[in-house]
Design a protein around this ligand. Structure first.
Ligand SMILES: NC(=O)c1ccc[n+]([C@@H]2O[C@H](COP(=O)([O-])OP(=O)(O)OC[C@H]3O[C@@H](n4cnc5c(N)ncnc54)[C@H](OP(=O)(O)O)[C@@H]3O)[C@@H](O)[C@H]2O)c1
Length: 264
């Protein structure tokens, strides 16, 4: 299945990043990829790499088997309504990365085409996304293909569709939470003597290293924290002060607030 032709409907931030990642990984050759949007000036970088860029969604769908929908939630219904006769259930797989539009809603628009929902994050641009995936009525072969596609762009996790909003908060909004942590650590670093650039580099690489300890070392966070908290030492003093000020609590409450907003 890996040689299938892929169309990305809506070559904006996410759509273009997916195209770049698929090219970089070699999963798709330029002549297997089509990216659509109305303003084609913004896709010249992909055209230069040999990708087909077009505003003709119908022609793009007809020429491909895999259709990645990366439109905004507010115009997905209108655009797909206009394209519904172009989808062939025996030929196409649709993968929607659109936030908040359920598989059932998509079915009512496009009919009985095999459908997946994917929730990546912006680290997809550097092939470091976590992408949560769910589907209905798909074959094992189709599931494997879609997993393989997003595995080129980071890691994939299969979830129940009812967890898609939670995946949006923890994975996609999570990029902003993690970046705010790095920003705050940088500001602290400046206060204790570093210039901004050096403080930012130390903070960012430290977060990357901490994450890799969990991902590559298969460790629990508390196990790694115990290693650096010497009795009566400076780490535990700082960590406890952060907790007295609500560090874990504010993060958990922020995640809940984002979730409540998304489901309201
Ligand atoms: N960014 C994230 O972190 C993230 C993460 C997970 C999911 N998502 C979801 O991914 C989707 C895309 O997000 P984004 O940030 O990439 O938005 P975006 O940059 O606005 O991309 C949407 C693109 O759709 C194009 N478009 C609009 N109408 C079209 C049409 N009729 N035919 C073809 N293309 C059309 C627009 O370009 P023209 O105006 O030139 O046509 C625009 O470039 C959203 O639903 C978002 O919720 C985003």
């Amino acid at each position: 299945m890996a040689s299938k032709k892929i169309t990305i409907l809506g070559g904006g931030n996410l759509g273009a990043a997916i195209a770049e990642g698929l090219l970089k990984s070699g999963f798709a050759k330029p002549n297997q990829l089509t990216v659509t949007r109305r303003n084609l000036d913004r896709l010249q970088h992909l055209k230069e790499k040999g990708v087909t860029i077009t505003s003709d969604n119908v022609a793009a769908i007809r020429a491909s088997e895999i259709i990645i929908v990366a439109l905004k939630p507010y115009n997905v219904k209108e655009v797909l309504e206009g394209l519904k006769n172009s989808f062939d259930p025996a030929k196409h797989i649709i993968i929607s990365v659109v936030t908040g539009v359920s598989i059932q809603n998509l079915y009512t628009i496009v009919g009985n085409v095999p459908l997946f929902r994917a929730m990546p994050n912006t680290a997809i641009a550097i092939q470091e996304s976590v992408t949560c995936l769910c589907s209905q009525h798909s074959t094992n072969e189709q599931v494997n293909y879609v997993n393989e596609l997003f595995n080129q762009l980071g890691i994939t996790i299969s979830i129940d569709e009812k967890l898609m909003d939670a995946a949006t908060v923890l994975g996609a909004c999570g990029i902003a939470y993690a970046l705010r942590f790095i920003r705050a650590a940088t500001q602290g670093g400046i206060e204790i003597g570093f210039d901004a650039k050096t403080a930012n580099l130390i903070a960012a690489q430290t977060v990357k290293g901490a994450a890799e300890l969990l991902l590559k070392g298969n460790r629990h966070p508390e196990e790694e924290i115990d290693k650096v908290t010497t009795p009566k030492g400076c780490t535990i003093v700082g960590l406890n002060e952060m907790e007295h000020r609500g560090f874990s609590s504010s993060l958990i409450r922020g995640i809940s607030a984002s979730y409540n907003k998304i489901i309201s």
